[in-house]
Write a protein that binds this ligand. Structure first.
Ligand code: UD2
Length: 312
């Protein structure tokens, strides 16, 4: 079995690569290292890594033709909403066109394939009041990022139905865990909180902390992706989340307890366009055999222990 993981040096991608290698899959990574790092991939000595942009069509076509992948996991993306607002056209090329071009090449060349998995985001739901979010809830994509994710989902599913390709999509909620890069203000809040607690930095809390999110630990995310592959899911969208709604205040309290440290907080005005509440209905994923193994407290404990271990 041979798999391509685009964005395989990123936070989620690198964990997926390690899982695939552990399962005996032959893995090829394409990543331009714009956010990721080869060091994120523990199994890097066992995988082929191409430091390339997924927008390089010639490169992608030659690779697809040469390798004839069984599985393609498309994780390469500009994952920041803010970035997509700054440069909508450029991010569109990566978050939409690169995916479509890959599918189109597979279709026209009739390449064999067992699964094409596209990674979308809870951003597609926007700020509509319906909670918890079901895969068939109304969507309201508000940023170029969310619009690209939603449009690409639709293409991926339509390619599946129209041309009988084994395609599937996932919508990530707030994923956290080791390997998430805290360097940008739009990095995952838990990577920023970890950095602040570890290095005694002041944390800027946007709003009053009552906003809620569905935080899911990376190991549960990898479990979900692997299940979707082995269960041969196709032509569907799956929420990937914990199914549990937590306020940011609650997360901070739990993390302080886990770390045995007190966070210094600077309060700032809420971010514009911020989603107030977010939580997923995960029954579709449970139907594949998924169960969440990582409560917030357990996930944060493992995350913090890892950080402490690295520091010592
Ligand atoms: C997540 C995704 C984003 C997009 C969006 C769609 C991540 C990392 N980001 O953004 O890509 O899909 O959902 O809705 O998963 N916060 C602070 N201080 C900080 C950083 C964050 O108070 O230094 C707050 C932030 O205002 C928000 C919460 O923490 O209320 C979570 O922020 P985030 O950036 O981790 O994730 P989110 O849900 O805004």
């Amino acid at each position: 079995m041979k798999a391509l993981v685009t964005g395989g040096a990123g936070f989620i991608g690198s964990h997926l690569v390690d899982k695939l290698v552990e399962q005996g899959v032959d893995v090829v990574v394409v990543d331009d290292l714009s956010m990721g790092s080869v060091d994120n991939i523990k199994s890097r000595d066992s995988v082929t890594i191409h430091i390339e942009d997924v927008c390089n069509e010639k490169f992608m076509q030659e690779l697809l033709q040469k390798e004839k992948f069984d599985y393609i996991y498309f994780l390469a993306a500009v994952a920041s909403v803010a970035d997509s607002i700054e440069r909508p056209s450029e991010t569109h090329e990566i978050n939409h066109s690169a995916v479509l071009n890959t599918l189109e090449y597979i279709r026209t060349e009739k390449l064999p394939l067992k699964q094409f998995l596209f990674t979308s985001s809870a951003a597609v739901y926007g700020n509509l009041p319906e909670l918890p979010k079901k895969e068939n809830s109304r969507v309201d994509p508000l940023s170029p990022y969310a619009i690209d994710k939603y449009a690409t989902e639709r293409y991926v599913l339509a390619y599946g139905e129209l041309y009988d390709l084994p395609t599937v999509c996932v919508r990530f909620f707030n994923v956290y865990g080791p390997g998430q890069n805290p360097s940008s203000p739009y990095s995952g809040v838990l990577s920023i909180l970890t950095d602040c607690l570890e290095n005694d930095k002041t944390f800027t809390l946007y709003g009053d902390g009552s906003q809620t999110r569905d935080f899911v630990y990376i190991e549960d995310v990898i479990q979900a992706l692997w299940l979707i592959t082995v269960q041969n899911a196709r032509h569907q969208v799956f929420n990937i989340a914990n199914g549990y709604e937590s306020t940011l205040n609650n997360i901070i309290q739990t993390y302080e307890k886990v770390a045995g440290r007190k966070l210094t907080i600077d309060f700032a005005k809420g971010r514009t366009g911020e989603v107030e509440r977010s939580v997923a209905n995960i029954s579709r994923l449970i139907g594949l055999g998924y169960s969440t193994n990582w409560s917030m407290e357990r996930g944060l404990t493992k995350y913090w222990e890892g950080v402490q271990h690295e520091a010592s």
